[in-house]
Design a protein around this ligand. Structure first.
Ligand SMILES: [Zn+2]
Length: 96
């Protein structure tokens, strides 16, 4: 079982989250050719060890997180908001 500490909601079971993808992928610009897009979308490394991933807190705050996790042990090394500017907006609105 993986426990994920959402920066907004606190520690939760991983079943509340949905895995997004490998967060280290750099997508080509919109004018790039089909070959570059095909490689970016369909040809992924199967990382054995530490990987940076995107996760969506689907059954919580519904915000995206960047999680550094070991694919072997599932140990989580770091968690941060994918869009920190949203956190600033929420802080200003709710005085948190
Ligand atoms: Zn959350």
């Amino acid at each position: 079982m993986i426990r994920i500490k959402c920066p907004y909601c606190g520690e939760r079971d991983h079943s509340e989250f949905t895995y997004g993808s490998d967060a280290s992928i750099e997508y080509p610009n919109l004018e790039s050719n089909a070959k570059d897009w095909t490689e970016a979308i369909f040809f992924r490394k199967n990382i054995y060890g530490k990987q940076i991933e995107t996760w969506h807190h689907t059954n919580g705050c519904r915000l995206w997180l960047i999680i550094e996790r070991c694919t072997i042990t599932h140990k989580i090394f770091s968690i941060k908001p994918a869009h920190p500017e949203i956190h600033k907006l929420l802080k200003n609105q709710n005085n948190i």
